[in-house]
Design a protein around this ligand. Structure first.
Ligand code: 4NP
Length: 151
């Protein structure tokens, strides 16, 4: 059985597509499935934000096969781990959990680097290019740890 990991942010166009692309590049696709989703319905069917595409490309990662989708409660059935980017995503996803078990699948992704510190991956949507590189670097570190743990 494959391990299934879901990356979640608000829009599913900036942060979680980078997290998905990064983790996919570090795991065996035969063993680990990676997807991403947004808590909102703002960008269903959309390509990742151009700035995420450019930042990923700079690091040799192509994320243009991804399209935005909204998190649904059924995702709790199919995914083993759900990593959220910030505390607002965390609250939104936890509010949908039907059982304690489902809630336990959810964690802030930066807790992988800074255990129990509850740090947010800042939303780069309203900032410039630099914000995206900063987000990329954080997610690169976090996905290194996740890839090691689920191997
Ligand atoms: P993301 O960034 O949650 O990292 O995908 C955002 C993308 C879009 C919006 C907000 C944040 N928006 O308001 O449309």
């Amino acid at each position: 059985m494959k391990t299934k990991v879901l990356m979640v942010c608000l829009g599913n166009i900036c942060r979680s597509p980078l997290a998905e692309g990064l983790l996919k590049s570090k795991v065996d696709p035969e063993k680990v499935e990676v997807d991403s989703a947004g808590t909102s319905n703002y960008h269903i069917g959309d390509l990742p934000d151009e700035r995420s595409i450019v930042t990923a490309k700079k690091h040799g990662l192509d994320i243009t096969d991804q399209r935005g989708r909204q998190f649904s409660v059924e995702d709790f059935d199919s995914f083993d781990y759900i990593f959220v980017m910030d505390k607002s995503n965390h609250a939104d996803i936890l509010s949908l959990a039907r059982t304690e078990e489902e809630g336990k699948k959810v964690d802030l992704i930066l807790n992988k680097i800074y255990p129990n510190e509850q740090k947010d991956v800042p939303d780069p949507y309203y900032g410039g290019e630099h914000g995206f590189e900063n987000v990329y670097q954080m997610l690169d570190q976090a996905t290194d740890i996740i890839a090691q743990e689920i191997k």
